[in-house]
Design a protein around this ligand. Structure first.
Ligand code: DP6
Length: 331
């Protein structure tokens, strides 16, 4: 009998310049590059134990045994690691988020980043950050970014095999003191998963081509803003990338609309804050929650103002976080 195990942790991230659409579904290659901020303390901790006596992969998710689609997705991902390590043993995966799913932040990013690190180490592999990012991307596009901390650029890449589609840290987030305020607007699960929403947008939206065309210039503008530590320039591009992405989804047939009334009210509140001189820029993902980019000095005030918007259930101030890390390993 041979058993090898590892535990890894990864934080979630929020895209400032969004990823929406794939150029290859099989390899999960994004149609556009993206730029994100990794968030501290919103993490997934995952243990992977390869055990030659197991008959099948098994998954425990937030304390419950998971079957069906979540297990199938993890198993498919583990196959990639097994193939790379020439390993046949099945695995026991135990994974938990330290934030409730209802926190309004995606968990697939931190989940597949933590799984990529834990599974490769348990399988005896030592991958570079870029290689881990390529692997994590196969689980979820946004997970490629959670391998790294702070501001992260996920390159679109041009190769058919996707090996140039990896993320890289672009630095400066911690020293700069940027913050992200999250306003939760719903307790429910999102109606359309991002994977399905982006595919449907790509297939049916007359605005999809325009969305793709605006992405590279937005990325270049965001990279420039990060390098110059220009929060206003970064905020402007953050807001327009989000609204262009959602506009392309709303124009899909039938429409994919993630906004609730409270999302729009939150957006209006952010506009009002800005008119009042506060550095605040809106963003929103494949769900109804309001996210506001700001700085350390104004985050609390913005959080309070956002919490006062009808329909905003609670708020949280997030600080930049570190990349994925190994917690423990044993062979
Ligand atoms: C709106 O990474 O969840 O949050 O690759 O299909 O798993 P898959 O999609 P996912 O999509 C994220 C979409 C987004 C924007 C972003 O994070 O860039």
């Amino acid at each position: 009998m041979s058993v090898t195990r590892a535990i890894a942790e990864a934080n979630t991230n929020i895209a400032l310049v969004k990823y929406w659409g794939k150029r290859d579904k099989q390899l999960n290659l994004p149609a556009v590059g993206s730029l994100s901020l990794t968030l501290e303390g919103l993490s997934t901790r995952t243990e992977v134990r390869f055990d030659s006596t197991l008959a099948a992969d098994a998954l425990t998710l937030n304390g419950d045994t998971a079957m069906g689609e979540p297990l199938r997705r993890i198993s498919k991902f583990l196959d990639l690691v097994r193939m790379r390590a020439a390993l046949s043993a099945r695995a026991q995966v135990v994974s938990a988020n330290n934030f409730p799913t209802a926190a309004g932040l995606a968990s697939s990013a931190s989940a597949f980043a933590a799984l990529a690190l834990a599974a490769t180490r348990a399988a005896g592999l030592e991958l570079t950050g870029a290689e881990l990012s390529v692997l994590a991307r196969r689980g979820s596009g946004s997970a490629a970014r959670s391998i790294f901390g702070g501001f992260v650029h996920l390159h679109r890449g041009v190769r058919d095999d996707g090996d140039d589609c990896y993320a890289e840290e672009v630095g400066g987030a911690t020293e700069w003191g940027v913050r992200l305020v999250v306003g939760v607007t719903s307790e429910g699960q999102k109606e359309t998963l991002s994977t399905d929403g982006m595919q449907h947008t790509a297939e049916t939206s007359p605005y999809y081509a325009q969305w793709i065309a605006t992405s590279e210039p937005d990325l270049a503008a965001a990279r420039k803003a990060v390098a110059a530590r220009d929060l206003e320039a970064l905020g402007v591009v953050t807001e327009r990338s989000c609204l262009t992405m959602h506009a392309s989804a709303m124009a899909a047939r039938p429409a994919v609309v993630y906004f609730l009334g409270a999302t729009i009210d939150g957006y209006r509140a952010v506009q009002t804050m800005r008119k009042g001189g506060l550095p605040a820029w809106f963003t929103c993902d494949a769900g109804p929650h309001v996210k506001v980019l700001t700085d350390a000095e104004h985050a609390e005030e913005i959080s309070q103002k956002l919490a006062a918007v009808p329909g905003v259930l609670r708020t949280r101030v997030c600080v930049p976080g570190k990349g994925a890390r190994l917690v423990e390993e044993q062979s």
